[in-house]
Design a protein around this ligand. Structure first.
Ligand code: SIN
Length: 472
């Protein structure tokens, strides 16, 4: 695939374009055309026409084309992963896993396309037939993040296409190449032209058009709670259906009766995947006092084995952070914690490689008063909090406006149910630090968002339920 054949991607700087930068090397990878208001309005109209045709195709036909899209993603896995590592920074092996993860949503929803079924309801009179139909909502929009440049797109476009919708994606401006590569493959797979369109440019200009348009019937957004609130407001005048996958502040609780080795591996998986730039990653690690020191020692050992560097180098498992703003946030959380009495165990500084690299960091004696207890760090900082009782752990864990993911380790099966039921979160990992897959519903409660992605529930977000009352 030659990305430079795409009309929005240039090798050299052009008028009205923006630069895509490799966060490891700071070199310019490509330049992307800005899409403006009028052009976007035209694209919405094209998507509207295409959607009508796509929706009238047999579900089986849509299924075959979406399945072909899945096969093409896997065939191009190495190429897609390399683009991702270059524009996002994650190590190549993690990028390859993300492509497999991205493809899994396409495969899942290809087959769901054939299972969009209505019901026949019990009538209220002998002459009646009562039915429900599920119909595609129409033209949808998605605004996607840079931390998972492919999978956060496929988790939205696959259910949209499966249900018979068209979808316009505004990808993150840090990672547009992964988005355009998917658009090219979708076209090659036979997804009708203008049913999946990628646009880029000024976020406010694009989101204003998408949110204000009466022809866009639904918006799906993954990103911060702050931006999610703004989009919610902007969509209010047109009463758009919304899916919001927003910020997290995941607690990770380790009880005294946990399997220590498994708990430490769980913390490493959850905290350091994608260098901590994951909305479901452990943000607050609560350890019961009986095993606090042992967990701290075991983490030091594991953290020392992490290899930091350019994601294309072999053996590297920690890439750079996305930009300077991300580094400043990690530094702010560390200095705030140290000023309030936390202790630095390992790391704590920018890495000697320079640029956007940061040392994986462990802090201990962290408390609820510190910033890291309240806000998502989105970086490689593991803060250890101490607790005494289950009641105290639950109080601390739920003491946040967020409710995306939570984790805990215990071998007591009664406690497993009790704690899982008491945690105020949309997703709970019990004795594991990895919970994401295409089969399970992904999403949060409280200020972590609305709706669910993936799973058998994800397609409902792109469907309208119509009720028919037939009098014979
Ligand atoms: C995210 O960080 O937004 C998604 C991570 C995942 O799907 O596991």
């Amino acid at each position: 695939m030659d990305l430079l054949n795409h009309p929005h991607i240039f090798k050299e700087r052009q008028n009205d374009s923006f630069e895509v930068i490799n966060p490891s090397t700071q070199e310019a990878l490509a330049y992307i055309k800005n899409t403006h208001q009028q052009e976007l309005q035209n694209l919405i109209q094209k998507a509207k026409i295409a959607q009508k045709q796509w929706a009238t195709m047999l579900p089986e036909d849509r299924c075959d084309r979406i399945y072909k899209f899945y096969s093409l993603i896997l065939e191009n896995r190495d190429f897609l992963a390399e683009i991702m590592t270059k524009e996002q920074g994650k190590p190549l092996e993690q990028a390859k896993s993300e492509i497999t993860y991205a493809a899994s949503f396409v495969k899942w929803f290809a087959t769901e396309a054939r299972r969009v079924d209505g019901d026949i309801l019990s009538p209220k009179a002998k002459t009646q037939k009562l039915l429900t139909l599920k119909q595609p909502i129409g033209v949808c929009a998605a605004i996607t993040p840079w931390n998972f440049p492919s999978s956060m797109i496929t988790r939205k476009i696959a259910p949209a296409l499966a249900s018979g919708c068209a979808i316009i994606v505004k990808s993150a401006s840090q990672t547009p190449l992964s988005a355009y590569a998917l658009e090219i493959l979708a076209k090659e797979a036979g997804i009708l032209e203008n049913c999946f369109i990628v646009v880029n440019g000024d976020s406010t200009e694009i989101s204003d058009v998408l949110c204000q348009s009466n022809d866009i019937k639904k918006l799906s957004f993954t990103g911060s709670t702050e931006v999610g609130r703004l989009l919610y407001q902007k969509c209010a005048p047109t009463i758009k259906k919304l899916s919001l996958e927003l910020g997290g502040n995941a607690p990770f609780i380790v009880f005294d009766d946990a399997n220590l080795e498994e708990a430490v591996n769980g913390i490493m998986d959850s905290k350091f995947r994608n260098s901590g730039q994951t909305c479901v990653c452990a943000n607050r690690i609560y350890v019961q006092s009986g095993i606090y020191d042992k967990i701290c020692e075991a983490l030091i050992e594991k953290i020392q084995t992490l290899k930091i560097g350019d994601g294309l180098e072999s053996g590297v498992n920690q890439g750079p952070l996305i930009d300077e703003k991300a580094l400043l946030k990690v530094e702010e959380h560390i200095s705030d914690a140290l000023n309030r009495g936390a202790k630095l165990v390992i790391g704590g500084k920018r890495h000697h490689l320079g640029g956007n690299f940061f040392q994986p960091t462990l802090l201990k004696d962290v408390t609820q008063q510190m910033k890291v207890a309240k806000e998502e760090t989105f970086g490689p900082l593991a803060p250890l909090f101490r607790f005494e009782s289950e009641e105290e752990a639950l109080f601390f864990a739920n003491d946040t406006e967020f409710g995306l993911a939570a984790y805990f380790f215990t071998q007591d099966y009664k406690r497993q149910w009790r704690v899982a039921e008491s945690l105020e979160y949309g997703m709970i990992g019990i004795n594991t630090g990895l919970i994401s897959n295409e089969v399970a519903p992904f999403g949060g409660i409280k200020q972590s968002g609305l709706g669910r992605e993936g799973s058998k529930y994800g397609i409902e977000e792109y469907l309208e339920l119509k009720y028919l009352c037939l009098n014979l």
